[in-house]
Each structure stands twice: as structure tokens, then as C-alpha cells.
Design a protein around this ligand. Structure first.
Ligand code: ARG
Length: 573
């Protein structure tokens, strides 16, 4: 659990200790499940589960926990509610101190985990016989947010961009390229998608070509130098395209993170042998297969013609990630359509004993990107939209809005802000809904400055920065001042602020960036309510300073929170 001065975390730890004292260490839950509540500052539901295990009444158990808990310095009062909830009200002084700490800490009060994992995260991972598509955009954005959060909490993170650069998908485009070239044409790869489509069309319409394309795959797999040379061209072209997209998105992926399918070629035979030796893979109708409970179709390790497939590479990769990279937590940020495949790979690796607790692997699945018509997003021409075009549109739309909001920004700053807002809007939309759901790509909504959007949060941050500009003080100067929580809106803002650690932790535990989005949105709303009710610059000195600390803590939390999502927070909008 992340350590932090958050009174919630402190109270949680004290409740765990109280449970141990009252009922024995074996009952001390690691997490007594403390939640923000509408009825109190926080509510703990530890008593109910515990009562079941003990065979006692939940209200009695709750009373025993409270009696054993040492909370006086942080908690003003407690109450047992309903079937055994413990309602908790914090001391304003404890809350105020927590706000001061958040405002003056570069990490907004969030600590590092006690037991870091080695997280190996497979994300982006496009198949590179054409340009990446919106599905890969989602993987790239979600994966990158997870990387940032996990690293921030102190985990070691190893990024793996598992390019699909091998196999049957290459037969047709390679064959087409070579035939065009040998016929004296100069085939251009400027539009990889178009080239790929033409090759596919030829494959379906011309059986003789289809045969030659299949033979080309065999030539590739057996390392024919001429085929390899052309294949390299395709790989380099696609990679150059991806690098541009990564750069525009500002994600952390670099060349060294690319470990393509072809990298595993030398390990495939050995992987298959080991699986067979372990009895995990068995021969069936000439193919080497892994049969898994709950799945009708086996995972194919070696086809009856001796060829390797997608599954073989994934088995070699999972073995590598555990054995060589020494991963303790493997994440696969891949769309939901590959659930069956990845679950089979993970189960098979468990069966082989490669993954054993505490090491674990998770498919971080996600839904589709839809157009406004509710169907998978298409470009105006009806094909897969180009990611570069989508990003261009978003930045152009953002530029128009920035012009309107802040006509005084000069050229350079204007372009920078428009980029931050446009790209931030795309990323935020992707992250803000529960990832397993589909979402609609609606530029208008994405760049709106109201509602649960990236620009709304960027604007909230910039607005606080402008308060400091007007106050003529630096937010770091004021950050250590004491905070007095008097008005209900001040208290509500403070409670929102101390919830940051829990939100960040939820992202890392559940691979759920939307938890952080929701948190930041609620925080920005709590700030707005506070700012409307509580004058800052016009208040007397002590109150003004106290409120400025609330402002500083909010700005820091918004900036760090957006940063963890991979979104910039400009000082001025
Ligand atoms: N290349 C695949 C695609 O474009 C995704 C790869 C995901 N990662 C993996 N280890 N299978 O759909």
C-alpha cells in the first residue's frame, strides 16, 4: 500500500491494528476498506466480513474495533451505523495538516509502495504490416498511463512493445512488392495501408498469387536473404510511422522497448519442446496443442505443417518475461477481442509452472472506439482512420477554442497550448471511461471546457495558477502555511484532496485509469464549489494564506494527477 500522510491511510492502519489487538493478528485485514462516504468523512466496513468469520454480531464487532482503536489525534468522532458500518469524522486540524503537507510535497503526499513489483507491460504492440489503428491508440494511451502510475508508486516497470512483425500477414505484401519491383516498377510504401489492402485484394482475387504469397511467407520464415531485405523495408517504414505517433502523443515508449515477434524466433523450438516435455502441450492431429479447461479450441503451438503461430510466440514471450526479465506482474494491454487468446496463454504458462504466485499475469482488456454512428470508427473515406489525421483534427479544434478563450497568447505559446489541450483531450477521453466499455470518438465533446474532459481539468489547473499570479505570490512560498478549515466547502475540498493516494493506488491495483479521472474531476468540482463560496484574495491575511494553501494543494494534485495520465497541465490557457 502506498504510504502517505493522508488521514484516511492513517485511520485505516489504526483500524487494522485495532482488529489485531481485539481479535488476534490473523484477523487484521490489510485493508479495513475505508471509503469516502456521504454520511461521514469516511466509512469502514471491516466489521461485517469479520463478524461473519467470527460468528458474532457485526455491531458488536464494530464496537470492539472502535474500543481498541487509538484514533483520538486524527478522529473527532465515530459512530456505528446500520448493519455495522463505522462512520468516521476527522479532526479539522488533522485534515488541515494533511493539506499543508500535500501543498508542500513534490509528490502531493504520496509515498512509495513497500513491496515493489517488477511489472512487465505489453502495450501499443501494433502489427506492423500497416499503420497502427485506433485500437493500438487505446493500448498506447492506457498502457502509458499505467506505466506512469506504477513507476510513480515505486514499481520497476519494463515496457515491451510487442510488434507483430512476422508470420502469414507478411506473405502478400512482400510478394506484391517483389513482383512489382521485378516488373520494373518502383513500389512506394508511403501509404502502407493502401499497399497492404492492394496486396490483400490480389490475394483474394488471384489464386496463383495467393500460392506465391504463401510461398513468400515460407521464404521469410526460412530466412531467405532477398525476402528479409524487403521485409526490413516494411518494418522500418512502419516503425518510422509509429515513432511519429508516439512522439506526438508524448508517450514514454522508445526504440529500446520494441521487442518484436521476430525477436523470439530463435526461442520457438525450445519453447515448444519444453511445453511438450512438461506434458502441457500434446500432439493432436499432427499439431502440437495445449488444451485448457473451459476452452473448446486448443492453443496451437506447432501447426501440422510444422509452422509456428501467434500463440507460440506469446508462449515464448511469457516465458522470457518471467524467466529473463524476472517479472512478478505481467500486464497485457490488448483489446478485448483477444481475451480468449491471452487467457489461454496465461493459463498455459501457469500450467507449465512458469507463472506461480506471487507472480501473476493480467489481460488489461479494453473496448472499441466508436464513431458517432455507434459503429467502429471509420475515416470519411470509410476505411481505418489515420491516427495522424485524428490527432491533427483534435489539435486544430483545440486551437480554435484556445483562440477564443485566450486571444492574447502569442504564436508559440498558442501552438504549445493547443497541442497540450488537443492531445490531452484525446487521451483523457480514452482514459476516462471504464476501459472495458466502448467509447465514442466525438471531437466536439472531447475538447469541451465543461464536463468530465481533459480541457476542463487543464483549465481548472490554469485558473488556480492565475490566482497565484494575481496574488503576487508563488505557490511554493505559501505552501507551508497552516490551514484552518472553517467553511463546509473548505472541509469538502480538504477531504477530496486527501483522497488522492487512494485514487492512484486504485489505478495501480485495478489497472483502471478512469478511477483517477473520476477523482480529478470530483476534485476540480470541489475546488469550484470552494472558490465560489470562499473568497481567497479578499480575505484577511490568515484566511487568505490558509485558502491559498488549499489552492496550491489542488493545483499540485491536478498537475501530478494529469501527469500520471500522460496529460500536460499548462500554466496558462
Ligand atoms: N499485434 C497484435 C495486434 O495488433 C497485438 C499484440 C498484443 N500482445 C501480445 N503479446 N499478443 O492486434
Amino acid at each position: 500500500m502506498a504510504r502517505s500522510p493522508s488521514p484516511f491511510v492513517v485511520v485505516g492502519a489504526r483500524l487494522s491494528a485495532a482488529i489485531a489487538a481485539a481479535f488476534g493478528a490473523e484477523f487484521a485485514e490489510e485493508d479495513p476498506v475505508l471509503r469516502p462516504s456521504q454520511h461521514a468523512d469516511a466509512q469502514a466496513n471491516a466489521a461485517m466480513a469479520l463478524a461473519k468469520r467470527l460468528g458474532q454480531s457485526p455491531r458488536d464487532v464494530a464496537a470492539a474495533i472502535i474500543a481498541a482503536a487509538q484514533l483520538d489525534d486524527v478522529v473527532e468522532r465515530t459512530e456505528i451505523a446500520g448493519p455495522g458500518f463505522i462512520n468516521i469524522w476527522l479532526r479539522p486540524a488533522a485534515l488541515g495538516d494533511a493539506v499543508t503537507t500535500i501543498a508542500s510535497d513534490v509528490r502531493a503526499g504520496i509515498g512509495h509502495v513497500d513491496h515493489p513489483d517488477r511489472v512487465v507491460i505489453d502495450y501499443s504492440s501494433p502489427t506492423i504490416n500497416k499503420e497502427m489503428h485506433v485500437g493500438h491508440l487505446r493500448s498506447t494511451i492506457i498502457g502509458d498511463a499505467l506505466v506512469r502510475v506504477l513507476e510513480f508508486l515505486g514499481h520497476t516497470v519494463i515496457r515491451q512493445n510487442h510488434y507483430g512483425d512476422w508470420g502469414t500477414n507478411y506473405g502478400s505484401p512482400l510478394e506484391r512488392f517483389i513482383e512489382l519491383r521485378d516488373a520494373g516498377e518502383e513500389p512506394s510504401l508511403d501509404d502502407l495501408n493502401a499497399f497492404y489492402k492492394d496486396a490483400q485484394d490480389q490475394f483474394t482475387s488471384d489464386p496463383a498469387f495467393a500460392d506465391r504469397a504463401r510461398a513468400r511467407t515460407v521464404a521469410l520464415q526460412s530466412g531467405d536473404p532477398e525476402t528479409l531485405a524487403v521485409w526490413r523495408k516494411f518494418v522500418d517504414t512502419a516503425h518510422a510511422h509509429n515513432v511519429l505517433i508516439y512522439k506526438r502523443l508524448g508517450v514514454l515508449l522508445v526504440d529500446d522497448d520494441v521487442k518484436p515477434e521476430s525477436w523470439y524466433n530463435a526461442e520457438l523450438a525450445d519453447t515448444a519442446d519444453e511445453l511438450e516435455r512438461l506434458g502441457v502441450a500434446v500432439m493432436n492431429e499432427g499439431a502440437l496443442c495445449i488444451f485448457l479447461e473451459g476452452y473448446e479450441a486448443p492453443l496451437i503451438i506447432r501447426k501440422s505443417d510444422g509452422g509456428w503461430g501467434y500463440g507460440t510466440t506469446d508462449m515464448a514471450a511469457i516465458r522470457h518475461r518471467i524467466r529473463d526479465l524476472r517479472g512478478t506482474r505481467l500486464l497485457y494491454v490488448v483489446d478485448s477481442r483477444q481475451s480468449q487468446h491471452l487467457n489461454q496463454v496465461i493459463l498455459a504458462a501457469q500450467k507449465a509452472g512458469w507463472i506461480a504466485p506471487p507472480a501473476r499475469a493480467e489481460h488489461v482488456n479494453f473496448g472499441l472506439v466508436l464513431g458517432k454512428d455507434g459503429k467502429p470508427l471509420k475515416s470519411r473515406a470509410g476505411d481505418n482512420p489515420k491516427l495522424g489525421d485524428l490527432l491533427d483534427d483534435a489539435v486544430a479544434r483545440a486551437a480554435a477554442i484556445v483562440d477564443e478563450k485566450d486571444p492574447d497568447l502569442d504564436g508559440d505559446a498558442r501552438a504549445r497550448v493547443a497541442r497540450a489541450v488537443g492531445i490531452g483531450a484525446v487521451k483523457y477521453t480514452d482514459l476516462q471511461s471504464e476501459r472495458i466499455k466502448d467509447y465514442t470518438f466525438d471531437l466536439e465533446r472531447m475538447v469541451a471546457f465543461d464536463g468530465n474532459t481533459g480541457p476542463y481539468l487543464q483549465y481548472a489547473h490554469a485558473r488556480i495558477k492565475s490566482i497565484f499570479r494575481r496574488a503576487g505570490v508563488n505557490d511554493t512560498e505559501i505552501a507551508g502555511a497552516p490551514v484552518a478549515l472553517v467553511e463546509p466547502q473548505e472541509r469538502a475540498l480538504a477531504i477530496a484532496l486527501v483522497g488522492f493516494a487512494d485514487a492512484v493506488e486504485a489505478v495501480s491495483d485495478l489497472c483502471a485509469p478512469h478511477k483517477l479521472c473520476t477523482y480529478l474531476f470530483d476534485l476540480a468540482q470541489a475546488f469550484t464549489a470552494f472558490y465560489e463560496a470562499c473568497p481567497v484574495l479578499k480575505a484577511d491575511d490568515a484566511t487568505r494564506d490558509s485558502r491559498l494553501v488549499l489552492c496550491a494543494a489542488t493545483a499540485t494534485t491536478l498537475r501530478i494527477g494529469l501527469g500520471l495520465l500522460g496529460i500536460e497541465a499548462p500554466e496558462q490557457l
